[in-house]
Design a protein around this ligand. Structure first.
Ligand code: SAM
Length: 226
């Protein structure tokens, strides 16, 4: 079928139904966001027809848009609420940021930080085209340091693999805030859930095993170490 006649919304619905059947998508707000945000607008044009395959896709510069099931798991674990201030580290295509914006808008806001300048532009264009630029601010920089100018955040999501939980990010989380972050080696990690209580104490638990591209930065991996 050519791209013009393809019914992406039917494909989107089928993918969401299968993620619900697998028990991965559970919360009505998250399900609604997945039904609304067009993943085909966040992949390179030549890969649009693969947008509803449940797998990561290349977006250039050695980076990927995460697989839908991983975005679903992370969003469910993060449990963002309408009105939340959210920080995402690792903008990539802007898709995860759009899913979060759909949940926290109109009072909430998503700040998302990306180290590859070309991807900052790619994500900004994608978000503008689908109307999420009012609710998402894309910043160029080293997200392993967080984004102190807008802290503290209700929720922090890191979509690249960190060697450990950066203290800078923990500091930028509000009391009763939550962070999800893949932690481990360069090639294999565990998704960690970090909860900060009322008094600022931290509790960390493990979610699923995962594989992310590395978080490269001051509190991440070195660009040159392999
Ligand atoms: N969330 C993205 C999406 O929805 O398309 C996918 C993110 S991709 C798996 C990880 C991204 O993290 C890459 O775009 C990479 O360039 C970025 N990244 C790696 N280290 C970073 C850092 N220190 N600060 C900001 N972004 C970083």
């Amino acid at each position: 079928m050519d791209a013009e006649s393809r019914d992406y919304s039917a494909e989107r619905r089928r993918l969401v139904e299968s993620l619900i059947a697998e028990g991965i998508l559970r919360t009505p707000e998250v399900i609604q966001a997945f039904l609304k945000v067009p993943r085909e607008e966040f992949v390179p044009p030549e890969l649009r027809d693969y947008a509803y395959d449940d797998r990561p896709l290349p977006i250039g510069y050695g980076q990927t848009i995460s697989a839908p099931h991983m975005v679903a798991i992370m969003t469910e674990e993060l449990s963002p609420r309408r009105g939340d201030k959210v920080l995402e580290v690792g903008t990539g295509s802007g898709y995860q940021a759009a899913i979060l914006a759909e949940i926290v808008k109109p009072e909430g806001h998503v700040w998302t930080i990306e180290r590859v300048r070309e991807l900052v532009e790619f994500a900004r264009n994608n978000l503008r085209r689908v109307g999420y630029d009012r609710y998402v601010t894309v910043v160029h920089g080293d997200g392993s340091l967080g984004l102190p100018e807008h802290a503290p955040y209700d929720r922090i999501i890191v979509t690249a693999a960190a060697p450990s939980i950066p203290e800078s990010l923990v500091k930028q989380l509000k009391p009763r805030g939550r962070m999800v972050i893949p932690v481990g080696g360069r090639y294999y990690q565990v998704l960690k859930i970090v909860n900060k209580d009322e008094s600022g104490n931290i509790k960390v638990s493990n979610s699923v095993p995962c594989i992310f591209v590395p978080l490269i930065g001051r509190n991440g991996f070195s660009e040159y170490e392999f």
